[in-house]
Design a protein. Structure first.
Length: 321
């Protein structure tokens, strides 16, 4: 009787490769942290940890909003412009009241999200085109509000939001962590989250099943824009100045990178919240590590680009299985 050869080695190899694909962002983050602990002076200091948290917090917040948009197979290129709009609102209204300024920044985010979401959900415009309009015009509107200049802001309430610490942790980082928790619960535990995933996986089937596809898309873009407005407010409060020319500049690329590296597929139907947070930290640490080891800014960005390409390749491979 002929013996049947066991495919165990091949199966084990496939399981290992699948584990690496699913958890690559965490493995890479651990590797970067370990490298820095060994090779980067003062990396383990409290001051450096606080600095890294402050710098990554706005990216995490914007990336969380971007993740749920990408979960619906969409994209939002306007998040940087929305951050600039929020900064302009803070600059215009802060003299009346810091809380009014924060409120108006959030209102700007809501209106931007309604605009983007309406174009996508009700007019059927491709997300990349729909959000490109605000990407171009939003920063111009913000510059008009501030007369095209940097506005210094001297307000203790805003300063506390952007610069203070609670239990040694920057307030901005705590807010980013809270939003990550809320986003995770929303995606995993609510009917809206399940609808979101269904719309991203197959919008036609979701519509045929009676799901409120248009409403889901509208809300998703509003949430993304509000998160961007929160990030813009934090950046403005931290720097004690509103400069719409630079606030949020190119952050849409950082956010998309964090989402993709974190394992959320661009094809939609899945949202990895923890992976998105880890992706934001990974890209922040990679960039700061390369700079601290005397690589130029251009070289550091080339390395980041290589990471993005690798992440997209792994996604493609996973989808083909």
């Amino acid at each position: 009787m002929t013996a049947v050869t066991s495919p165990a080695p091949a199966v084990t190899s496939e399981k290992t490769w699948r584990f690496i694909r699913e958890n690559g962002v965490y493995l890479a983050l651990a590797a970067v942290v370990l490298f820095n602990l060994i090779a980067t002076p003062n990396f383990a200091s409290l001051r450096n940890a606080q600095l890294q948290l402050v710098q990554v917090a706005p990216v995490v917040i914007v990336a969380l909003g971007m993740a749920i948009v990408i979960g619906t197979a969409g994209i939002d290129l306007s998040v940087g412009a929305v951050m600039a709009l929020a900064a302009a609102m803070v600059a215009v209204f802060v003299e009346q009241s810091p809380w009014l300024a924060i409120g108006m920044a959030l209102v700007a985010g809501v209106l931007a999200g309604i605009l983007n979401g309406s174009l996508v959900a009700f007019l059927g415009i491709q997300p990349i085109i729909a959000t490109l309009g605000l990407f171009v015009a939003g920063r111009g509107v913000a510059l008009a509000f501030t007369s095209g200049r940097l506005v210094e802001i001297f307000d203790p309430t805003l300063a506390a939001l952007g610069q203070n610490r609670l239990w040694g942790v920057p307030v901005a980082a705590l807010l980013a962590g809270l939003l990550a928790l809320v986003t995770s619960l929303m995606v995993r535990r609510t009917q809206f989250g399940r609808n979101l995933i269904a719309v991203g996986g197959n919008p036609r089937a979701a519509l045929g099943a009676g799901l409120p596809v248009r409403r889901v898309l509208l809300i998703v873009y509003v949430i993304c824009a509000v998160f961007a407005a929160i990030a813009g407010t934090l950046v403005t409060s931290r720097s004690a100045a509103a400069d719409p020319s630079f606030v949020g500049l190119l952050i849409e690329l950082s956010a998309i990178t964090a989402v993709v590296v974190g394992g959320t597929p661009l094809s939609g139907g899945k949202v990895r919240v923890l992976g998105t947070v880890a992706g934001a930290f990974l890209m922040q640490l990679v960039f700061s590590t390369l700079i601290r080891h005397d690589l130029s800014d251009a070289d550091a960005r080339m390395v980041q680009a290589a990471i993005i390409i690798g992440a997209v390749y792994f996604q493609r491979d996973r989808g083909a299985k």
